[in-house]
Design a protein around this ligand. Structure first.
Ligand SMILES: [Zn+2]
Length: 260
């Protein structure tokens, strides 16, 4: 039931500790450059990141599992990104067997649960985390049979990350498809400029990185470090944490369940 007489923001209790806004740094596909460059930067500044990985047999994640265990043990989030990374057939690199157009809900649910099981086996003390839609695509099937798999994700995770063009209003965002900015070849100054409206409006910004200092969709390590340094210097006003920590907080801080 909705309460249209109230502004939407009235259903959010506000950020903890008097902070003005929230930022999450997320990193996809277990690119090795993340181990080489991202993790040392985050650890040096004491900032936690979210890493969405595909833990299939022989995957790049499993090949470097010893290093990923250290990342997990250091307090970073290792999130579910399915096992095989299925996306829409529209993506040029997707083979027919990995096209979501050919998936059923049962298939995608089984694959998500398989990824969780694998992460539990690979990472000691693995706790619930969040999900990231491969390529940001949220459907299975085609034509009349196309359906969203967001409800399947919502039954399994407190929050899930999509890809979009905006930050997130904590009062109204879809917690099971929160928007993130997929960045490539940007400077620290550009990313810092992106979050100024987020801070002004008290919202939640999520960056989606791939390669850092190397690999595909690359952002230079100096650019990431500049952003992390900025966030650390302003930790009194900006809450920087994992998608899980902030998503869980937002879920609990929506004070008016009847308005959802
Ligand atoms: Zn991905």
């Amino acid at each position: 039931m909705s309460t249209p007489s109230h502004p939407a923001s009235s259903s959010f209790a506000g950020w903890p500790g008097g902070k003005r806004a929230a930022v999450s740094l997320s990193f996809d596909d277990a690119a090795v450059s993340q181990l080489d460059y991202v993790v040392p930067i985050l650890n040096r500044y004491g900032v936690r990141g979210t890493f969405y990985v595909t833990p299939g047999d022989g995957s790049i994640f499993v090949q470097h599992i010893d290093r990923w265990r250290q990342v997990h043990a250091a307090g970073h989030e290792i999130g579910n990104h399915t096992v095989l990374h299925p996306c829409s057939a529209k993506r040029p690199w997707i083979t027919p067997d990995l096209a979501l157009e050919g998936y059923t809900l049962q298939q995608i649910e089984a694959e998500i649960d398989d990824a969780t099981r694998r992460l539990q086996e690979l990472l000691p003390g693995y706790e619930p985390t969040t999900f990231a839609y491969p390529c940001g695509d949220t459907f299975v099937g085609d034509g009349e049979d196309r359906v969203s798999y967001i409800p399947s994700v919502a039954r399994r995770f407190v929050a899930a990350r999509g890809v979009g063009s905006s930050d997130n209003d904590p009062a109204t965002c879809d917690l099971h498809n929160v928007s993130s900015w997929l960045v490539e070849n940007v400077t620290a100054e550009q990313m810092i400029a992106m979050i100024q409206p987020t801070i002004e409006a008290g919202r939640w910004a999520i960056f989606c990185f791939h390669g850092v200092g190397g690999d595909h969709l690359r952002v230079e390590a100096e650019a990431l470090e500049g952003l992390v340094r900025y966030l650390k210097e302003r930790e009194d006003e900006i809450w920087t944490d994992t998608v899980y920590a902030i998503g869980k907080y937002v879920a609990q801080a929506r004070t008016s369940p009847a308005a959802k």
